[in-house]
Design a protein around this ligand. Structure first.
Ligand SMILES: Cc1cc2nc3c(=O)[nH]c(=O)nc-3n(C[C@H](O)[C@H](O)[C@H](O)COP(=O)(O)OP(=O)(O)OC[C@H]3O[C@@H](n4cnc5c(N)ncnc54)[C@H](O)[C@@H]3O)c2cc1C
Length: 820
């Protein structure tokens, strides 16, 4: 390692665990001048004691699966490059399914993982027994086997990465804690200028916080929100066991909370207990190095026993070590990665949720490209740091949510599962009224939002989770039809809302928006915000209220991303962004009878002529003046009402009272999902992401290529258009059999060939079957004749179902209902 502390580097990486070392390795390979500073010694945080499972199977995220595959491949080739072995042993991996829910899950995951290049096979209980003779298989339904997976030695991997980084010119300095990140105030956001250490300052253009479980505290000192939390994490190592040697595959049995592999001739039995224990919510000690925690036998014994029953011999041999060490977990089990919204050039890669060794290689690669290229080359919508909010960083929130996080890793990942801890963080002003209406609530970026409503006399209780129809399916269906045929109200207060004001507000918004947004006042415009590469950064609406006042609405998951994107493009212009999300409630009144309902309550002329589609007016409703926008995300005539929070209840009560006469129903987010999916409306972070060109996403209609002054990404869009017809395109997919359900990651085939997967799906009650959006790749232009000339199928679990596909929306392609 290096002894000298340089006084300058382009990038300073903080933390020499697997993640920081991998980021440094990849930056060095991109020719970047990089210094890694480690507080103590490399691996002294969490990395030294990881079990090192290398498992490419199991994720329905394309990004995560690609990162796992890349990591395995990297660890396989590092020794040849650096001369230091990584301890990678591709002994094989077996996942056990012991109940129907998991069997269905792993079959779905297998199909998707195979599409992503993972060589996974379903095997019989007998085959499991042959490969892992010590396992009890009497209750096993199937195994899922990946021959090339296995295990690596985390310390050896880190040392090999460090050697590889140094060979490419990186400097690695141990025994040097970063005490502060230095900044200067920019015109809108402060920017990183370097770091402070007890040995002196280093000037730097970029800083990357890879400080593992310390990352939160380090971030906080610079005003950066990194809501991760350490939790106890366990494995037990037995005395040597006959028949166990280093060729034994890795076995995982999530239903028993355990995984098993060889260690020193005995067994390592790792735990993911369903109820876990956060560690040091008030702060991680600065001097905790190569540390262990005293195991809590009382709390964990019951889980350990259950896991041991899978390998009965483990109950008969002696225990060599019951190890407990801390690992970082995040509120949604996704890592915290990317540039901090609060501080320019401050990047973070932390919160690995117990897969830091497994994904460390891929994560380091991705982050290095992100820094050097200025934007990521993979879909980061699921793990971008800016998805997280400050409320998630309170001690109470972290303590509550982390109890659930670790155990969720081994739960059956049914669709419609929602975290149950740390609930009630944000309540809409209508909340208590909606409780009275028997809403079933789900966590929407911290907001308690109605998912569906139970009918009169029925308690809003969701039945057992399943891959099929749950008890609320008919209630959802009724809400869906009420929207198509009558009128509904939907609380959408969780939507991110921004007031953009100033002399230059219109000019700034024109520059960031691909569509024309600064035309006439009183018009709402659907637009994307693009990066210079012409791929998507945000998908939202801009309403021009006045020459110097605009109303911007984005989805909850894009809240901080959209806000940061806009703020960072203001420069010296006279424009100011205010987040007014909590200051206004949003109630959507939608359906063919919505006009009739509102007309009874306001003095404004609601007729089609006076109040056409895409217009926005301030209207009176009782004692309130409300921004009413005629727009829809559900595919019907409809209005979105933005109401000052303190008047929202009054307006809601008026609507409900008058609503009786026109059959007003309440509808939840399940209905939103099925209605928008029938119409093919996109949802950023679900079916479109930062890697999609606006044209491939099918949103070219919202791009004003020749508007005066252009916009960010214009040249890339123009070049893509000029390059000819698209061979990659987002298409709508519907199953012709009304029975099966789609959720996400189902493989789509044309004439038997896999061409893509379902990014998001719902059930189309009007179309009569499951419907979703899939990004399709082809070797020739994708147009409707290409779609019509193929035989389409979708692979769901072990079955394959016929499907139809379309470029135009399958529901009301001509927009007649919307404009009626
Ligand atoms: C029991 C157990 C089993 C596990 N098994 C697996 C497994 O099988 N597979 C898998 O993929 N993952 C596993 N993990 C998880 C894995 O260990 C972590 O995800 C990974 O090590 C996290 O790496 P990191 O680099 O983010 O953090 P760390 O390894 O903690 O590295 C952070 C580094 O930052 C340094 N640092 C902190 N503050 C500063 C500062 N101010 N200045 C300079 N340096 C600083 C620390 O000293 C530390 O070295 C396991 C974890 C545990 C606890």
């Amino acid at each position: 390692m290096d002894r000298e502390l340089p006084d300058r580097a382009r990038v300073v990486v903080i933390g020499g665990g697997i993640v920081g070392t991998s980021v440094t390795y990849h930056l060095a390979h991109l020719g970047c001048d990089v210094v890694l500073l480690e507080r103590d010694r490399l691996t002294s945080g969490t990395t030294w004691h990881a079990a090192g499972l290398i498992v490419t199977f199991g994720s329905t995220s394309e990004t995560s699966t690609q990162m796992r595959r890349y990591t395995r491949e990297l660890y396989g080739r590092l020794e040849a490059e650096t001369g230091l072995a990584t301890g990678l042993r591709q002994v094989g991996f077996i996942e056990l399914a012991t109940d129907e829910g998991r069997l269905e899950e792993y079959r779905r995951v297998s199909a998707f993982n195979r599409l992503c290049g993972v060589d996974v096979h379903e095997i019989s209980p007998g085959e499991v027994k042959e490969m892992f003779p010590l396992a009890r298989v009497d209750d096993v339904l199937a195994g899922f086997y990946v021959p090339d997976d296995g295990r690596a030695n985390p310390v050896d991997v880190t040392m090999s990465l460090a050697r590889g980084a140094r060979l490419k010119g990186a400097r690695i300095v141990e025994g040097t804690p970063v005490s502060a990140v230095l900044t200067r105030q920019g015109s809108v956001t402060p920017t990183v200028t370097g770091v402070r250490t007890p040995r002196g300052d280093i000037e730097a253009e970029y800083v990357v916080n890879c400080a593992g479980m310390w990352a939160r505290q380090l971030g906080e000192a610079a005003g950066v929100n990194i809501p991760l939390q350490a939790a106890e994490h366990y494995y037990l190592i037995t005395e040597p066991v006959d028949g166990v040697d280093a060729t034994l595959p890795v076995l995982e049995d999530p239903a028993s909370y355990g995984y098993f592999r060889e260690e020193g001739g005995g067994l390592m039995l790792g735990l993911f207990e369903p109820v876990c224990a956060p560690w040091k919510v008030d702060g991680i000690p600065a001097d905790f190095s190569f540390g262990e925690l005293p195991p809590d036998w009382d709390r964990t014994a019951q889980y350990l026993e259950k896991a041991m029953q899978r390998i009965p011999v483990s109950m008969d041999v002696g225990v060599r070590k019951y190890f407990c060490g801390p690992e970082s977990f995040t509120p949604d089990l996704q890592p915290v990665v990317g540039e901090a919204p609060e501080l320019r050039n401050y990047f973070v890669a932390a919160g690995l949720n117990s897969i830091g060794i497994l994904t460390g290689g891929g994560l380091g690669r991705a982050l290095a490209h992100w820094i050097v290229d200025g934007r990521p080359d993979i879909d980061v919508t699921g793990f971008n740091i800016d998805r997280l909010h400050r409320y998630q960083n309170t001690p109470a929130y972290r303590a509550a949510r982390t109890v659930e996080a670790l155990g969720t890793v081994y739960k059956c990942h049914y669709p419609n599962r929602s975290m149950r801890t740390a609930r009630g963080a944000k309540l809409s002003p209508l909340h208590h009224r909606l409780v009275e209406r028997r809403a079933y609530f789900r966590d929407v970026s911290g907001w308690e939002m109605p998912d569906w409503y139970a009918p009169d006399g029925v308690e809003p209780i969701a039945g057992a989770l399943s891959w099929g129809r749950q008890n609320w399916f008919p209630y959802w269906e009724a809400e869906h039809h009420a929207t198509r045929n009558g009128v509904i109200c939907m609380d959408m207060s969780f939507m991110a809302k921004f007031l953009v004001q100033g002399r230059d507000a219109g000019r700034v918004l024109e520059h960031v928006s691909a569509n024309r947004v600064d035309g006439d006042s009183g018009i709402i415009t659907y637009t994307q915000w693009l990066n210079e590469g012409g791929t998507l950064e945000a998908d939202l609406t801009v309403t021009k209220l006045d020459d110097d006042r605009f109303w911007v609405v984005a989805s909850d998951t894009a809240h901080r991303h959209a806000e940061t994107w806009l703020r960072r493009h203001i420069g010296d212009a006279h424009a100011f962004v205010t987040d007014v999300t909590g200051a206004y409630a949003q109630i959507n009144v939608q359906g063919p009878r919505s006009r009739e309902l509102l007309a009874t309550l306001t003095t404004t002329d609601m007729s089609n002529e006076a109040f056409p589609f895409r217009t926005a007016r301030e209207i009176d409703l009782g004692f309130a003046r409300v921004l009413c926008v005629r727009i829809t995300y559900l595919g019907e005539l409809g209005y979105e009402l933005t109401i000052p929070t303190e008047q929202a209840l009054g307006v809601y009560d008026l609507l409900v009272e008058a609503g009786d006469a026109v059959g007003l129903r309440h509808a939840g987010l399940k209905a939103l999902s099925s209605l928008r999916m029938e119409k093919g409306y996109r949802d950023y972070g679900h079916d479109i992401d930062n890697t999609d060109s606006v044209l491939e996403a099918g949103l070219g209609f919202a791009v004003a290529l020749d508007k005066p002054g252009g916009f960010i990404g214009r040249d890339a869009v123009a070049a893509k258009k000029a390059a000819g017809p698209l061979t990659r395109r987002l298409v709508q997919v519907r199953l012709t059999d009304p029975e099966p359900l789609m959720f996400h990651a189902e493989v789509v085939r044309r004439n038997g060939m896999a061409v893509g997967y379902i990014r998001a799906a719902s059930y189309g009650f009007t179309l009569g079957g499951a419907v979703g959006l899939a990004m399709i790749d082809a070797d020739r232009p994708i147009d409707q004749s290409y779609l019509d000339s193929g035989e389409w199928t979708v692979e769901i679990g072990a079955a394959t179902y016929p499907a139809v596909t379309s470029i135009r929306p399958m529901y009301d392609a001509a927009n007649e209902r919307v404009r009626s």
